[in-house]
Design a binder for this molecule. Structure first.
Ligand SMILES: [Zn+2]
Ligand SMILES: [Zn+2]
Length: 137
Protein backbone atom coordinates (compact mmCIF):
# COMPACT_ATOMS: atom_id res chain seq x y z
CA UNK A 1 0.00 0.00 0.00
CA UNK A 2 1.20 3.45 -0.80
CA UNK A 3 -0.33 6.84 -1.28
CA UNK A 4 -0.63 9.26 -4.14
CA UNK A 5 1.83 11.82 -5.36
CA UNK A 6 0.99 14.88 -7.39
CA UNK A 7 2.72 16.66 -10.19
CA UNK A 8 2.42 19.71 -12.41
CA UNK A 9 4.01 21.49 -15.36
CA UNK A 10 6.07 24.62 -14.85
CA UNK A 11 3.23 27.10 -15.47
CA UNK A 12 0.91 25.08 -13.23
CA UNK A 13 -1.97 24.76 -15.70
CA UNK A 14 -1.58 20.98 -16.00
CA UNK A 15 -1.85 19.09 -12.74
CA UNK A 16 -2.19 15.40 -12.04
CA UNK A 17 -2.15 12.81 -9.29
CA UNK A 18 -0.71 9.31 -9.55
CA UNK A 19 -0.03 6.26 -7.37
CA UNK A 20 3.35 6.71 -5.73
CA UNK A 21 4.65 3.29 -6.67
CA UNK A 22 6.79 3.11 -9.77
CA UNK A 23 8.30 -0.05 -11.23
CA UNK A 24 11.11 1.73 -13.02
CA UNK A 25 13.01 4.98 -13.05
CA UNK A 26 14.91 5.20 -16.30
CA UNK A 27 17.57 7.77 -17.00
CA UNK A 28 17.26 7.47 -20.76
CA UNK A 29 20.27 8.56 -22.78
CA UNK A 30 18.80 7.85 -26.23
CA UNK A 31 19.13 10.41 -29.02
CA UNK A 32 15.44 11.27 -28.89
CA UNK A 33 15.54 11.95 -25.15
CA UNK A 34 18.56 14.22 -25.63
CA UNK A 35 16.63 16.27 -28.17
CA UNK A 36 13.40 16.30 -26.19
CA UNK A 37 15.06 17.36 -22.95
CA UNK A 38 17.70 19.57 -24.54
CA UNK A 39 20.01 17.87 -22.07
CA UNK A 40 21.98 14.73 -21.27
CA UNK A 41 19.07 12.41 -20.53
CA UNK A 42 15.41 12.26 -19.57
CA UNK A 43 14.21 10.86 -16.25
CA UNK A 44 11.21 8.67 -16.96
CA UNK A 45 9.16 6.83 -14.38
CA UNK A 46 7.00 3.91 -15.46
CA UNK A 47 3.68 3.33 -13.78
CA UNK A 48 0.74 1.02 -14.40
CA UNK A 49 -2.07 2.13 -16.68
CA UNK A 50 -5.07 3.55 -14.84
CA UNK A 51 -3.10 4.93 -11.91
CA UNK A 52 -3.16 8.54 -13.09
CA UNK A 53 -5.88 11.17 -12.61
CA UNK A 54 -5.77 14.56 -14.30
CA UNK A 55 -6.66 17.40 -11.94
CA UNK A 56 -6.53 20.21 -14.49
CA UNK A 57 -5.25 21.28 -17.88
CA UNK A 58 -5.57 18.00 -19.80
CA UNK A 59 -6.75 20.05 -22.82
CA UNK A 60 -3.35 21.80 -22.90
CA UNK A 61 -1.39 18.60 -23.56
CA UNK A 62 0.31 18.23 -26.92
CA UNK A 63 1.59 14.78 -27.87
CA UNK A 64 4.31 13.85 -30.34
CA UNK A 65 5.03 10.30 -31.54
CA UNK A 66 8.44 9.88 -33.12
CA UNK A 67 8.29 7.96 -36.40
CA UNK A 68 10.27 4.72 -36.66
CA UNK A 69 11.00 4.15 -32.98
CA UNK A 70 8.87 3.61 -29.90
CA UNK A 71 9.29 7.08 -28.53
CA UNK A 72 6.71 9.69 -27.58
CA UNK A 73 6.67 13.00 -25.87
CA UNK A 74 3.87 14.95 -24.26
CA UNK A 75 4.16 18.49 -23.05
CA UNK A 76 2.27 21.57 -21.94
CA UNK A 77 1.34 23.87 -24.83
CA UNK A 78 1.82 26.86 -22.55
CA UNK A 79 5.22 26.22 -20.93
CA UNK A 80 6.69 23.23 -22.79
CA UNK A 81 7.19 21.08 -19.69
CA UNK A 82 7.07 17.32 -20.10
CA UNK A 83 3.92 15.74 -18.68
CA UNK A 84 2.76 12.10 -18.30
CA UNK A 85 1.51 10.08 -21.26
CA UNK A 86 0.49 6.56 -22.21
CA UNK A 87 3.36 4.77 -23.96
CA UNK A 88 2.96 3.86 -27.64
CA UNK A 89 1.88 0.25 -27.05
CA UNK A 90 -0.47 1.20 -24.23
CA UNK A 91 1.23 -0.87 -21.53
CA UNK A 92 2.45 1.83 -19.16
CA UNK A 93 2.18 5.47 -18.17
CA UNK A 94 5.43 7.36 -18.57
CA UNK A 95 5.98 10.20 -16.11
CA UNK A 96 8.71 12.80 -16.37
CA UNK A 97 10.22 12.46 -12.90
CA UNK A 98 10.93 16.19 -12.71
CA UNK A 99 7.24 17.01 -13.05
CA UNK A 100 6.47 15.43 -9.66
CA UNK A 101 6.10 17.65 -6.61
CA UNK A 102 7.65 15.11 -4.28
CA UNK A 103 9.85 12.04 -4.07
CA UNK A 104 8.74 9.01 -6.06
CA UNK A 105 8.89 5.53 -4.53
CA UNK A 106 10.78 3.48 -7.11
CA UNK A 107 11.48 -0.23 -7.41
CA UNK A 108 14.48 -0.08 -9.77
CA UNK A 109 16.59 2.76 -11.15
CA UNK A 110 18.60 2.30 -14.35
CA UNK A 111 20.45 4.19 -17.03
CA UNK A 112 19.27 3.00 -20.45
CA UNK A 113 20.38 3.54 -24.05
CA UNK A 114 23.77 4.38 -22.57
CA UNK A 115 25.46 3.42 -25.85
CA UNK A 116 23.74 6.45 -27.41
CA UNK A 117 24.77 8.88 -24.68
CA UNK A 118 25.89 12.36 -25.66
CA UNK A 119 29.57 13.03 -26.15
CA UNK A 120 29.57 15.25 -23.07
CA UNK A 121 27.58 12.92 -20.78
CA UNK A 122 30.69 11.61 -18.99
CA UNK A 123 31.85 15.14 -18.14
CA UNK A 124 28.67 15.75 -16.14
CA UNK A 125 29.88 13.27 -13.52
CA UNK A 126 32.92 15.42 -12.68
CA UNK A 127 31.46 18.92 -13.12
CA UNK A 128 31.93 21.63 -10.47
CA UNK A 129 28.99 22.01 -8.09
CA UNK A 130 27.55 25.25 -6.67
CA UNK A 131 24.48 25.86 -4.54
CA UNK A 132 23.44 28.59 -7.01
CA UNK A 133 25.42 30.54 -9.63
CA UNK A 134 29.22 30.15 -9.49
CA UNK A 135 29.63 33.90 -8.96
CA UNK A 136 27.74 33.65 -5.68
CA UNK A 137 24.48 35.39 -6.64
ZN1 LIG B 1 2.47 24.43 -18.36
ZN1 LIG C 1 15.08 7.86 -24.51
Amino acid sequence: MSGKIDGACLCGEIRYEINNRFDQLYFCHCKQCQKTSGSVYLSNLFCEVGSLSWLSGENLIKRFDYPGREFSNAFCKMCGSGVPYLNANGTAIVVRAGSLNGKPIVETTSRIFYAERSQWADECETANTYARFPWGA
